[in-house]
Design a protein around this ligand. Structure first.
Ligand code: 2ND
Ligand code: ZN
Length: 361
């Protein structure tokens, strides 16, 4: 699969992940078990077949249809034990893939179909991440997992979710996000929540510039004050490549000048139609222009992917080597929502020492 780098070495190398959805990363076998417990009807009950179903169903070229597949994961995440289980497995799966730092997001408002309160939902997930991280560390694969709470952009609970995030900030919630269908639901609908978070000195990212273009990115940054862009891939619409050198428009220049991190998710973008293929993905141009590019999984289940696989796809498509993989990893770590000294410690004590021998080879 990979020309100049072995896949198992990518798995071993430390990686940092900023954009991964908890409800987009369940193990198919877990979905089958949990669905049987609650009587939820699945499109397939054989785990392998179910895994293939998710990838195929999400492969539609439309974000709206991609999002429909989440009905089957959200349906089995409605009790504290189920939430705890999927969070534990998420931490373990990421750690086994060599991810040393991850920010995992989910929307608490989607897990209230039974009798849980918003706070109970968050507590169950945090307990699962703590459990999975402890097990991973014991197995020699330490990982730090930070939680982001997402509000759904078509709904009207963002202020409540923002307050929920701040309430749990000292227990592992490190940021806030909005997600869901982008077209027709601009981020400015949630301005109150973003202004509240700013007054609380809290961090947030916004899904913007995925299914909808520059106006969404502009609002996310200049109206809402987003620290990072979830995807943000459409920023290329503000870069002209017609002449001998690329020319940046004012918004693209602002994003680059301010070092605003782009949480790029290559496979997910191909599935939703935001990019035509991996090889044509704007990540190549954005990296060449030295935007603050990070590589992410988005939804491991729907894309049949992992952090190592996303890196390997880029190695293949763009002929990247360890220097680029290290750059993506350090970019992500610099852009994390945990405190500066903790970010630096992971860069200096985990990432740099591990990449040093790889760069020498
Ligand atoms: O790539 C995405 N764009 C917009 N919304 C998304 C994406 N991936 C997942 N979501 C939605 C579906 C999930 O149920 C929700 C919370 O994780 O976030
Ligand atoms: Zn996403």
């Amino acid at each position: 699969m990979v020309a100049n780098i072995r896949y198992e070495d990518i798995v071993k190398a430390p990686k940092a992940l900023l954009h991964d959805h908890l409800d987009g990363g369940l193990r198919p076998a877990t979905i089958v078990e949990l669905a049987a417990e609650v009587g939820h009807q699945l499109p397939a009950t054989d785990p392998e077949e179910l895994g293939r179903w998710f990838v195929a169903a999400a492969d539609s070229g439309s974000l709206e249809r991609y999002l429909e597949t989440f009905a089957h994961t959200v349906a089995v995440m409605q009790t504290a034990p189920a939430l705890r289980r999927v969070a534990r497995e998420c931490a373990l799966d990421l750690a086994l893939d060599g991810v040393v730092y991850a920010e995992v997001r989910f929307a608490p408002e989607q897990h209230l179909e039974r009798d849980l309160t918003l706070d109970e939902v968050v507590e169950a997930v945090l307990a699962g991440f703590a459990e999975g991280s402890a097990e991973a560390a014991a197995a020699g694969k330490p990982i730090r997992v930070g939680t982001l709470l997402t509000a759904m952009r078509h709904a009207a609970r963002s202020q409540e979710i923002a307050e929920l995030a701040v309430r749990h900030r000292d227990a592992g919630v490190v940021g806030f996000d909005i997600a869901g269908a982008e077209a027709g639901f601009p981020p400015t609908r949630h301005l109150d929540a973003f202004e509240y978070l700013q007054r609380e000195n809290f961090h947030f990212t916004i899904h913007a510039g995925e299914a909808f273009g520059l106006p969404s990115i502009w609002q996310a940054i200049q109206w809402c004050g987003a620290d990072r862009l979830g995807h943000g891939v459409r920023i290329v619409d503000d870069i002209s490549t017609e002449g001998p050198d690329p020319v940046l428009g004012r918004l693209a220049a602002y994003v680059r000048d301010k070092r605003i991190p782009l949480e790029l998710c290559p496979s997910s973008n191909v599935q939703t139609g935001a990019a035509p293929s991996i090889i044509e993905h704007p990540i190549g141009l954005l990296r060449d222009l030295r935007f603050r590019v990070t590589v992410n999984t988005d939804n491991r289940l729907m894309s049949g992917t992992s952090m190592s696989r996303e890196m390997a796809l880029l190695v293949d498509a763009f002929d990247y080597g360890w220097a680029e993989l290290r750059w993506f990893t350090i970019n992500a770590m610099k852009s994390a929502f945990i405190p500066f000294d903790e970010r630096l410690k992971i860069i200096d004590e985990v990432i740099k020492p591990a990449y040093e021998p790889l760069l020498r080879d």
